[in-house]
Design a protein around this ligand. Structure first.
Ligand code: NAD
Length: 411
């Protein structure tokens, strides 16, 4: 085979629901990101490539292909989100993305939100696990090993709100008072919380499939159905309806006692539901009872960040936005522009998002090398400033030195 063939990549095909078809040299898109995005991308790429090489030798390799978004895109094309980028994302389906600065007055609510909406990336997925050596406020942070599936298109993300005393709010309040028997104050601000059966069910279905594929013991529907019966309450009901699509594989928690003597048989997933306020207590007090959480948008926003804090903060938290035909893995923090170009910030969030990407491709051995290398690197006293200042016997390492440490500790 001529040498240049090694550089030729192929498209990932298939889809999230039926399974991906991943060639041995998949083309994976990357968006560098703004601010510190290029710093963490430069650190991330060699770590991912090293993990793949170590796990599979020459038989597998990622062929990275850049697409532009954010300030770099604007500089080259006068557009923050060029059409070519969206076309490429639709075509190649899998991408790793650095943080993007929200352009002020750029005509976008946020580039990130736009990407999610345009590509229908309906699930925001955040795995939350503890890596030994990371400073945490919990007594036993190692008990936390959860994946949050947050609905990404509806609820407050639909963004339907009107300011207090605006003509639109007053018109809506008049309609509600006159036509639907409400008695709202005319000076109120109003928001609408739309939630559909279709979008709730596809999110919950993805969470259940994930739990079954990854042998996770339970999925918990997190909701406020006691207060918002027809939105959050419906989410809960729709969840139990989706469970019926997996007969004998997914068991509602209530059946644990009636059919299974309190103990789920191996290989089955228990479907639970918890009120949102209660779940916040539960993940602090009994984290080992929760594995996968499926939830509407706003609850998911809160619980994702709270859980990230429990295991060491957002600088470490990976994430992905996934739809049926496209998946974008991304750092969960912002572009931290004040540190741009200093080779200083922690690249872990992007690197661990890359590890999620490897798992999504089915390249779990490579992902595992990264998961194992992180605690070893910290133990060797190598950490970026944000962690180093909290750890004894640890001197601050640069972003790139930390990444090299991860490569050196992959064994
Ligand atoms: P930010 O996350 O960029 O930074 C806040 C602070 O957190 C930083 O000053 C730094 O102290 C710390 N921090 C962030 N990332 C770090 C890292 N990798 N390592 C160590 N410390 C880190 O939040 P911000 O200042 O509110 O937002 C800056 C820009 O990023 C805004 O334009 C915002 O819209 C955008 N943003 C983008 C995303 C995304 O792309 N997904 C997410 C959040 C914010």
């Amino acid at each position: 085979m001529p040498h240049h063939d090694l550089e030729v990549g192929e498209k990932v095909t298939g889809n999230t629901a039926e399974g991906l078809k991943v060639p041995s040299r998949p083309i994976i898109l990357f968006i560098e990101g703004d601010g510190t995005g290029p710093d963490i991308w430069r650190a991330t790429r060699p770590v991912l490539d090293a993990a793949v090489a170590k796990a599979y030798g020459k038989t597998r390799r990622i062929v990275w292909q850049e697409v532009l978004a954010g300030e770099k895109a604007f500089k080259h094309t006068r557009s923050y989100l060029p059409v070519e980028t969206l076309t490429a994302l639709r075509e190649y389906r899998v991408a790793l993305k650095g943080p993007l600065t929200t352009p002020i007055g750029g005509g976008f609510r946020s580039l990130n939100v736009t990407l999610r909406q345009v590509l229908d990336l309906y699930a925001c997925i955040r795995p939350v696990r503890y890596y030994a050596g990371v400073p945490s406020p919990m007594k036993e942070p190692e008990k936390i090993d959860m994946v949050v599936f947050r609905e990404n298109t509806e609820d407050v993300y639909a963004g339907l709100e009107w300011a207090a005393t605006s003509p639109e709010a007053q018109r809506l309040i008049n309609f509600l008072n006159q036509e639907l028997g409400c008695s709202l104050d005319l000076t109120a601000a109003v928001g609408i919380k739309p939630m559909t059966e279709r979008c709730s069910k596809r999110l919950i279905r993805m969470a259940l499939k994930y739990a079954l594929d990854h042998a996770r013991a339970s999925v918990t529907l997190m909701h406020k159905g006691n207060i918002m019966k027809y939105t959050e309450g419906a989410f809960q009901n729709w969840g139990y309806e989706v469970a019926l699509e997996f007969p004998e594989k997914v068991i509602p928690e209530a059946e644990l006692t009636t059919r299974y003597h309190g103990q789920a048989p191996p290989g089955k997933v228990v479907l639970k539901d918890r009120l949102a306020d209660n779940l916040f207590q539960q993940v602090l007090l009994r984290p080992e009872e929760y594995q996968v959480i499926a939830t509407p948008n706003l609850n998911g926003d809160y619980i994702s960040d709270a859980l990230a804090a429990q295991v060491g903060g957002l600088g470490m938290a990976p994430g992905a936005n996934i739809g049926d035909n496209c998946a974008i893995f991304e750092a969960t923090h912002g572009s931290a522009p004040k540190y741009a170009g200093l080779d200083k910030v922690n690249p872990s969030s992007l690197i661990l998002s890359g590890a999620m990407l490897l798992e999504y491709l089915g390249w779990t051995e490579a992902a595992q090398l990264i998961h194992l290398s992180l605690p070893r690197t910290l133990k060797a006293g190598i950490a970026t400033y944000d962690l180093a200042r909290l750890l004894p016997d640890t001197k601050e390492a640069s972003c790139s030195t930390f990444a090299q440490g991860l490569i050196d500790h992959m064994v």
